[in-house]
Design a protein around this ligand. Structure first.
Ligand code: MYR
Length: 285
């Protein structure tokens, strides 16, 4: 008999609400704090409102993980609804305490088994795992089968991003590698990525044009090995830039399925407006 498995994630996967509803994905929001005011992203503050607020805010915002109680409440509700297992999928545990909070909450709730998956990334590439997990749960997979699939996906998941300046990341303490302090002084625009869940420079490039060309080269290296790929261009209040990059990918790699997503309030706080990212994943089915 199949187990009834619920899929939980946090707001930083930025999965549109219709898709969450359709695939029965539960979402726990992180918070953005402007001065004394705290907002749950995706619920009380839209991404557009956030970037407008950023332009005029006297003080730059801060972020916080969800309270453990939010996870406890959700897991209890899921147990009451008859779910036997939860797979809870989160942004990298190296940049946020969200994953750890979800695991601690799981230990506190009886009558339901909670399994965590640390994506070691965030945003669209986090969503890839969540969507796959939701589809597998719908098809009758149990938590262990889902986790096995997600671990397999990690092998071909790629994500790179570029920020307009490194100050936001540095200020929020989410940048690993002291050399970057020097980098910011030199106005270098490094391509960044995640290594074992931490943000580190991938390559130092002086102009955005060169950085974009390099990202396309990296995509080509993977795509040329065969198989089907999907890719996502991610932007921080920079839709025109994202559309241009998506169009270039469409023209150059017509067989790659391209989508556009966004860096919402919490991630935008740490990257700053104008940032662009590109992630991709090999399709297994
Ligand atoms: C918290 O307060 O717990 C949230 C901290 C979030 C840090 C975000 C750092 C930047 C992540 C960039 C993701 C790029 C994915 C392609």
């Amino acid at each position: 008999m199949n187990k009834k498995v619920a899929i939980v994630t946090d707001s930083t996967a930025y999965i549109p609400v219709e898709i969450r509803k359709d695939l029965q994905i539960e979402m726990v929001p992180l918070n953005v704090i402007f001065g004394e005011e705290s907002f749950q992203e995706e619920l009380d503050l839209t991404t557009d409102q956030f970037y407008k607020k950023m332009e005029t805010a006297e003080e730059l915002p801060k972020t916080s993980q969800p309270a453990i109680g939010q996870f406890v409440e959700l897991f209890e509700q899921l147990a009451k609804k008859g779910y036997e297992q939860v797979v809870t999928i989160h942004l990298s545990s190296q940049i946020s305490g969200t994953y750890q909070s979800a695991l601690s909450a799981g230990d506190m709730v009886e009558g339901i088994e909670v399994f965590g998956f640390d994506t070691e990334v965030s945003c669209a590439p986090q969503a890839y795992y969540v969507l796959e997990a939701a589809r597998s749960a719908e098809a009758g997979a149990d938590a262990n089968e889902i986790l096995e699939k997600l671990a397999f996906m990690k092998k071909t998941a790629k994500a790179y991003f570029m920020v307009d300046n490194l100050n936001h990341l540095h200020r929020g303490g989410r940048l690993s590698g002291a050399q970057l302090v020097v980098g910011s002084l030199l106005k270098i625009k490094p391509i960044l990525h995640f290594e074992e869940g931490s943000i580190v420079p991938f390559e130092k490039v002086r102009t955005e044009k060169k950085a974009l060309a390099r990202l396309l080269e990296l995509l080509e290296q993977d795509v040329s090995q065969g198989g089907n790929y999907y890719a996502t261009v991610i932007h921080a209040n920079r839709l025109d830039g994202a559309e241009q990059l998506a169009q270039t990918i469409n023209e150059r790699f017509p067989h790659v399925e391209v989508d556009i997503s966004y860096f919402g309030p919490v991630i935008g706080t740490h990257l700053g407006a104008g940032s662009l990212g590109l992630s991709w994943q090999k399709q297994y089915t």
